[in-house]
Write a protein that binds this ligand. Structure first.
Ligand code: TA6
Length: 298
């Protein structure tokens, strides 16, 4: 498989690896950035733009084996988010992050970015995922309901991005001040907008509703601001498991929770997507990093 991939996609700065469990990944090393994506789940596992520290967080305890999700990076949640509403024996966050995607295209852009295109099928939908690894990380999940589908179908999706932070207790997230949210650590109650930047002071699991806004993660210790811009997404999820939930996850180190926060680009619940036969929808996240001047008032 590796040889076929190397022959088919021989591009400077692109290489392929297979780990001891047989998972195949594509590795990007260019002037603009380094990055990695596993074919299982079309899972972006790392991205480090030139001049910056790694932007995505990966657990030291993550599994890297067939049929198990990687803990960190950008899991793709599809066709549902969280537990399956009618059958909790089905995998959390759906099938997309667990199944093998096919690399159908790779090209170096004039900007120096490397663009990868992957595809898979989750009946009755056809999914394509386009990732541009450059000085920005641009990810688009496009979902098509084929013309010959018997009826309209709905789904939830999310680009469940894990960000690496200096200390989650000291960062702030701007952009969601005006949005109401479902608080999943408080009986999934609908709560009004706080009108202030988000600070993480305990387990946090919030689905912000009806927001098209960019989010900016301000990390004063690491003097950086990470912007999450989005298109085709009406929900944003913010998650940190804090102490007790971290201990309950085997693939999440007990002491890792201060080093990460998720800002997820999604369409969940009332914002789920409904397609008629022949229709498609794209959910896009564009991640960029800038130096943060330290004299800002948070
Ligand atoms: O996005 C937040 C969330 O839904 C949390 O409730 C937590 O379950 C997280 O996703 C991780 O889910 P996973 O199935 O990857 O452990």
């Amino acid at each position: 498989m590796l040889n076929e991939l190397k022959q088919r996609f021989s591009i400077p700065g692109l290489s392929f690896e297979q780990n001891h469990n047989g998972l195949v990944s594509v590795v990007i090393q260019s002037a603009a950035c380094t990055g990695e994506l596993f074919f299982q789940g079309a899972h972006v596992s790392s991205w480090r733009p030139f001049g910056h520290e790694p932007v995505l967080w990966l657990s030291q305890k993550s599994n890297y084996e067939k049929g198990k999700p990687i803990r960190g990076g950008v899991p793709i949640c599809f066709p549902w988010f969280g537990p399956n509403a009618s059958n909790t024996t089905l995998p959390a966050h759906g099938f997309a992050r667990l199944q093998e995607w096919q690399l159908v295209g790779a090209q170096q852009k004039n900007s120096g970015a490397m663009e990868l295109s992957l595809e898979t099928t989750i009946d009755p939908f056809r999914l394509s995922f386009q990732v541009e690894f450059g000085n920005e990380l641009k990810m688009t999940l496009k979902t098509l309901l084929p013309q010959n589908a018997m009826s309209s179908q709905s789904y939830e999706d999310a680009l469940h991005t894990y960000f690496s932070v200096s200390d989650v207790r000291t960062i702030s997230i701007r952009g969601l001040e005006p949005a109401s949210f479902i608080d999943k650590v408080d009986d999934a109650q609908l709560k009004p907008a706080t009108d202030s930047p988000i600070r993480i002071e305990s387990e946090t699991d919030r689905v912000y509703l009806d927001t098209q806004s960019d989010c900016v993660l301000e990390d004063t210790q690491w003097k950086r601001a990470i912007r999450v811009a989005k298109l085709g997404s009406a929900s944003t999820v913010v998650w940190n498991p804090w102490i007790d939930k971290s201990k309950r996850m085997a693939d999440f180190g007990d002491a890792e929770w201060p080093g990460m926060v998720c800002i997820e680009t999604a369409n969940i619940g009332d914002s789920r997507i409904r397609l008629s036969p022949g229709e498609s929808h794209s959910t896009t996240a564009v991640i960029s990093v800038d130096a943060l001047s330290t004299n800002r008032n948070l």
